[in-house]
Design a protein around this ligand. Structure first.
Ligand code: C2E
Ligand code: MG
Ligand code: MG
Length: 659
């Protein structure tokens, strides 16, 4: 199966993308908060440094003022207490100067050390000199020192230095803050850029993931569509796809004024193969069939699996009805070729119904329905055939459905009953047994013959039910008859493929108390052709139960010696067509003769069907036919007449009694 390519490689799922986005956002937020905290702490430090600087400057100014004032008081009064006060303020100014030197920015601090501190020391020296003079009583000299230019000069240097210190510190703090702001801006910008890059890559990832999801979705959609439109087993288009393609074919044909045919193909013997070999082998058969049909197609033609074992072909083949039928038969031939299943050759075969566009319909519905009707007719006509649709089939279709429904009800309602036709010893005319023949006791139509309802029951899939119901009723009707009398029951070809047939029959025999050795199953040769091995197995298990097997209608079908030699039949029933023409065609007598001879050499008794006249009976007796069945002895009669037949003098079978 050609799937659209799957998605391979790694894909980013939406959850992964969301996780990356969250991580990116969290990292950016973390960076932002850390930066803000750092910035605020730095601001706080700068602020404290400024406050410190102002405090130091104030202290210097205050201490200087006090010293100056104390010095002048010493010079004016010579009092010792002012010297003491003076000395008490010395550490204050020293400490403040020391502190300012620390706070000040490097350049300012150096100059502060070189100039301001030195001037302060010089001032202290001068003031102490003036104290010496004042203490010695020379207050004017003392004042002179304090009024000297040198003293003023150092005073000025101290004031300027202090001012410079404050301004320098403010400048330093400001530039620090500015640097910090820039740092912060750069940091934030970097963070933002990083976040942006992360966002961009995230976006790209998201975009990729969206496109991957989209591709996966399309991929899944294509896959789902493919699955929805194709048959999982054969990989052919399915019923749904067929309708689409048929619609397209109709559209194209309408546009191009072309014609085409729709072939409905149904396998003839698929179910028994499926039942016998199991579903795996059944699937294998369907695949081979699909391959054969596909190989049969011309370019542009279409084949679809329509149902279980039904296929539809839209073929461009066109021509006379014969050409179309030949096309159908060609396909049937290819499907007739044996298929190996479980080491056995089986022949599945097919029937085909054909409808033509536009003659038989211009819509999908009509074409399919008409092809199906033609198929039904093909099946009815004996399978392995192709049929073209004709209008009368359409009229039949409704009736057919109704008939199928009716037969279903008839079987369930016990309207299908056995009639019994005696099987007679040709020489003595003694009854040896009875063949049960189905009759439909129709509420309005009276007694209906099997030819009119057996095919319907088969089409409705009800034949197995019919047989079992017949068997049960026939066993009940004949079980109390003399023990040497046999009962023959017909089974359809499909049933002999049913592995459970002997079990089902045994169940009926047990339930009705009918001894198996009195039962004879009649089957025709076409029951053997589908799957001989399976049929052989079922026949063997019936024989193991003691049930007899009769080969019915011999001479009309394959008349294969192979079957006769492979299977030990208990009876060969010569078809009544030979008896009917016994006196008209010399070949008929020769064939009957040959069949009897064949039976004798194989050790299988033969009997004749359709013996209607004394003349038939005489000729058959002379040839060596031991038993017979026919209107001469009795028509098939209902169960309540069995005793009457048996009680007739010498089994009373001189004249035919009405059925
Ligand atoms: P068959 O098994 O070959 O049955 C013999 C048919 O020949 C019967 O037709 C019978 O009525 C008819 N017949 C007997 N003697 C004469 C005669 O002297 N002249 C003429 N013209 N016909 C005679 P019937 O009952 O119509 O059955 C037809 C076929 O339907 C049977 O052929 C059998 O194949 C099938 N059939 C009947 N009952 C059943 C049934 O319960 N199950 C299945 N699967 N098939 C059945
Ligand atoms: Mg029969
Ligand atoms: Mg027969």
């Amino acid at each position: 199966m050609q799937h659209p390519p799957g998605t391979t490689g790694t894909t980013t799922t939406p959850t992964e993308s969301a996780r990356s986005a969250l991580l990116g956002a969290a990292a950016f937020l973390g960076l932002f908060v850390a930066e803000r905290m750092y910035f605020q702490a730095a601001q706080q430090t700068a602020h404290e440094r400024l406050v410190d600087a102002h405090r130091a400057a104030d202290t210097i100014a205050l201490a200087d003022e006090r010293l100056t004032m104390s010095a002048h008081m010493v010079a004016a009064t010579g009092e010792q207490r002012w010297i003491k006060r003076y000395e008490a303020n010395i550490p204050l100014i020293d400490e403040a100067i020391e502190r300012a030197a620390k706070i000040a920015p490097d350049a300012v601090s150096k100059r502060f050390e070189l100039e301001t501190k030195v001037s302060n020391d010089r001032l202290v020296e001068l003031e102490r000199q003036s104290f010496v003079h004042a203490s010695a009583g020379s207050t004017s000299v003392a004042r002179g020192v304090l009024d000297s230019e040198l003293y003023d000069y150092h005073k000025q240097v101290l004031a300027d230095g202090t001012q410079r210190f404050v301004a320098g510190t403010i400048g330093a703090v400001a530039s620090d803050l500015q640097r910090l702001t820039w740092q912060s801006i750069i940091l934030l910008a970097l963070g933002f850029a990083a976040a942006l890059t992360a966002m961009l890559s995230l976006w790209r990832r998201l975009e990729r993931s969206i496109s991957q999801t989209d591709a996966a979705y399309r991929d899944g959609e294509a896959r789902t569509r493919h699955l929805a439109m194709s048959d999982f087993l054969t990989n052919l288009p399915n019923r749904l796809a067929l309708r689409d393609q048929l619609r397209t074919a109709i559209g194209d044909a309408e546009r191009d004024h072309r014609q085409f045919i729709v072939m409905m193909v149904d396998l003839d013997r698929f179910k028994p193969i499926n039942d016998r070999y199991g579903h795996i082998s059944g699937d294998h058969v369907l695949k081979i069939v699909a391959q054969r049909i596909a190989a049969f197609l011309a370019p542009g033609e279409i084949c679809a699996r329509y149902g279980g074992d039904e296929f539809v072909v839209i073929s461009t083949c066109w021509g006379s009805p014969d050409v179309k039928l030949a096309q159908g038969m060609k396909l049937i031939e290819s499907l007739n070729r044996p298929i190996v299943v479980d080491g056995q050759m089986v022949q599945v075969g097919a029937s085909i119904g054909i409808a033509s566009y536009p003659a038989d319909g211009t819509s999908e519905d009509k074409l399919l329905r008409h092809a199906d009707l033609a198929l039904y007719r093909a099946k009815q006509s004996g399978r392995g055939l192709a049929r073209l649709f004709s209008v009368d089939m359409d009229i039949d279709a409704g009736a057919r459905l109704a008939a199928e429904e009716e037969i279903r009800g008839a079987i369930a309602g016990g309207q299908i009953i056995p009639y019994f036709q005696p099987i007679v010893d040709v020489a003595s005319r003694q009854i040896r047994g009875f063949e049960a023949l189905a009759r439909w006791q129709h509420p309005t139509r009276g007694i209906v013959a099997p030819i009119d309802f057996i095919p319907v029951a088969e089409a409705a899939g009800e034949l197995a039910n019919l047989t079992m119901s017949m068997l049960r009723q026939a066993c009940i009707a004949t079980r109390d008859l003399p023990a040497e009398l046999t009962l023959a029951v017909n089974i359809s070809p499909q049933q002999i493929q049913d592995e459970w047939l002997s079990t089902k029959i045994l169940k009926v025999l047990t339930e009705t108390g009918f001894p198996p050795h009195r039962l004879e199953i009649e089957l025709t040769e076409n029951a053997l052709v589908t799957d001989f091995t399976a049929a052989k197995r079922v026949i063997q298990s019936l024989k193991n139960l003691g049930i007899g097997i009769a080969l019915d209608d011999f001479g009309t079908g394959y008349s294969s010696l192979y079957y006769l030699s492979e299977l030990q039949f208990d009876k060969i029933k010569i078809d009544r067509s030979f008896v009917r023409t016994l006196h008209e065609r010399s070949e008929s007598a020769k064939i009957i003769n040959a069949i009897i001879g064949l039976g004798r050499s194989l050790g299988v008794p033969t009997m004749a069907e359709g013996v209607e006249t004394e003349r038939d009976a005489k000729v058959l007796g002379d040839i060596g036919c031991l038993t017979a069945q026919g209107y001469l002895y009795s028509r098939p009669v209902p169960a309540d007449q069995l005793l009457r037949l048996l009680q007739a003098p010498g089994a009373g079978l001189k004249t035919a009694s009405a059925a």
